[in-house]
Design a protein around this ligand. Structure first.
Ligand code: FAD
Length: 380
């Protein structure tokens, strides 16, 4: 066997698909016994769709999700703040942001793997990496060896801890709830991601098909806030009570059991993503806060570039170096920009929020388009 991937999230699965396209022998080891992605829904932006098209998956994803036209931001009194197009054209082909259930996206990716490529129920404990190969040790006491390893085990990566023990997460100062609501929205909301910004709080929602609406809600607070699952909905209805229709209706129509909460962290940017025969991708390498909806897309971009470089090089270290050179700057920009947006949406002072909203209203279209191009265009 030539390569091993740890983690069957968006990044690990996409990388395995890309490697298979290059006829590279690969196996994924995933900690969970059963794949059940956390987080209800996800937005798949144009840069991810361009690459998923190369994997032959774009049509399936569009068909299974909802193609949206724009992101619309409102203030807590319902007044529009900003609108950004969800369309992007590359080489004459149009792409759109697709909103989809995470479980559906994951199934589409898993179904594209060769039989036997995915092994579940194997949690990586640590990795011993050398210049001519790796040894991967699992928590169940077993181990495997390979020529190289791709750490795709997410924000709290054990692979990263093995090769860069000093890496650290940064708490953004925001907690995030996510859920799935069963609600028929009026046509006004059906083709956009809508966000409402209030003082220190934010609520976003987007249809994902079959009368399901994926929503997320952030609030400025200390880390490790613990929610009582029995009363979380009442708490959310209270926090977002001043927000315009249909925010309360969306929360009310959500099953308590589908609501999850996380502290929003990113990864303090690393100086490098690889050491000897082990490389990191996706959140393990460059986790960002989710304010741009780009973390999964960046992992998908990694998958394409890494597989190409592995196929083109006999030296693993050369392949890792070229991969990092091509991907480092964009991933860093996304992490930094997302961190800054988080700060802006975290403002609590009402006067500061009014100034923020006014500033966002006055941002010229040309700047918004430049930012979208930075995220959506891919040079590889
Ligand atoms: C609130 C929120 C909203 C978001 N919205 C979007 C969005 O709209 N669009 C977007 O593109 N991105 C979004 N993201 C970011 C996106 O979810 C992540 O960037 C993406 O999931 C990263 O993929 P990954 O494969 O690197 O890691 P993950 O998806 O975290 O997958 C890691 C996998 O590794 C497995 N694993 C973990 N530890 C081990 C171990 N020790 N051994 C073996 N396996 C292990 C896990 O079980 C998991 O399957 C959002 C994130 C958050 C928090």
């Amino acid at each position: 066997m030539k390569g091993i991937i740890v983690g069957a999230g968006i990044g690990g699965l996409s990388t395995a698909i890309a490697m298979q396209q290059h006829h590279i022998d690969v196996k994924i080891y995933e900690a969970s016994n059963k794949l059940s992605p956390i987080g209800a829904g996800i937005l798949v932006p144009p840069n991810a769709m361009i690459i998923l098209e190369r994997y032959g998956l774009a049509e399936k994803i569009k068909h299974a999700g909802v193609c949206i036209d724009s992101t619309d931001i409102f203030s807590s009194n319902g007044r529009p703040i900003a609108q950004t197009s969800a369309h992007f054209t590359k080489n004459g082909t149009g792409y759109q942001v697709v909103a989809i259930l995470r479980s559906t996206l994951q199934s589409i990716l898993v179904d594209s793997l060769s039989p036997g490529a995915l092994v579940t129920g194997k949690r990586c404990a640590y990795v011993n990496t050398k210049s001519d190969g790796i040894e991967l040790f699992f928590e169940d006491g077993s181990s495997v060896s390979a020529r190289y390893l791709v750490g795709a085990d997410g924000l709290r990566s054990n692979v990263r801890a093995s090769i860069f023990p000093d890496s650290a997460l940064r708490y953004s100062g925001q907690i995030c709830w996510r859920g799935l609501s069963e609600i028929n929205l009026s046509s006004k909301w059906m083709k956009s991601l809508s966000e409402v910004w209030g003082p220190g709080i934010r609520f976003g929602f987007v249809p994902v098909g079959n009368s399901k609406v994926y929503w997320y809600a952030t609030k400025r607070q200390e880390a490790n806030g613990i929610d009582d699952p029995a009363s979380v909905k009442e708490r959310l209805l209270d926090i977002y009570s001043a927000f315009p229709t249909p925010v309360s209706e969306i929360i009310s129509q959500t099953a308590n059991s589908s609501i999850i909460s996380d502290d929003l962290n990113d990864l303090r940017p690393l100086k490098s993503w690889f050491s000897k025969s082990t490389v990191l991708i996706g959140d393990a390498a460059h986790a960002s806060t989710p304010n741009l909806g780009q973390g999964g897309a960046q992992a998908i971009e990694d998958s394409w570039v890494l597989a190409e470089k592995l196929a083109a090089n006999t030296s693993i270290q050369n392949a890792f170096q070229q991969f990092e050179k091509l991907r480092f700057s964009k991933a860093r920009k996304v992490t930094n920009m997302s961190w800054q947006i988080g700060k802006v949406t975290n403002l609590r002072n009402k006067q500061a929020c009014r100034i923020r909203d006014a500033l966002f209203r006055s941002v010229p279209d040309v700047m918004t388009r430049r930012q979208s191009r930075m995220m959506y265009d891919i040079p590889y």
